[in-house]
Design a protein around this ligand. Structure first.
Ligand SMILES: [Zn+2]
Ligand SMILES: [Zn+2]
Length: 135
């Protein structure tokens, strides 16, 4: 019985991870839940939340709290920055931003840095287009 439960949990976790890996949109747990449910109708939103937290603790996904409220999720672990649109809330990957060399920070402030995050905030191209005055 314990074995059966464990197998189901493993399947749920793998499905949550696969769903997140298949998108570049940095979705919320609710979005992931809607998509996982198509393949596993018995799964609950709470289970998705729990699995995301486990995956984050295992270092397999990143949790992004870009606006301080809603958690968004990213399975792309490569170092990359994010752009957050202040109008529509879209989160895009920004590649090619040279990472700040923070190894010297320890000498500077005495803190041990584990990782860094770079978020840019502004207007995305489609929101910019909508603001253009129409002729
Ligand atoms: Zn936008
Ligand atoms: Zn990302």
């Amino acid at each position: 019985m314990v074995r059966k439960v464990r197998t189901r949990e493993t399947r749920q976790r793998r499905l949550v991870l696969e769903t997140l890996r298949a998108t570049k949109t940095h979705p919320t747990a609710e979005w992931i839940f809607e998509h996982v449910r198509e393949r596993m109708p018995s799964i609950s939103l709470g289970t998705v939340y729990r699995n995301l937290n486990v995956l984050r603790d295992e270092g397999l996904v990143r949790e992004l709290r870009v606006n301080g409220r809603t958690a968004h999720w990213d399975a792309d672990l490569s170092p990359h920055a994010h752009f957050v649109c202040a109008t529509c809330g879209v989160i895009r990957d920004v590649e090619g931003v040279p990472p700040l060399d923070w190894r010297g920070l320890k000498d500077l402030v005495g803190c041990e840095v584990h990782h860094q995050r770079i978020d840019f905030h502004g207007e995305c191209p489609s929101c910019l287009r909508q603001q253009e005055p129409s002729n």
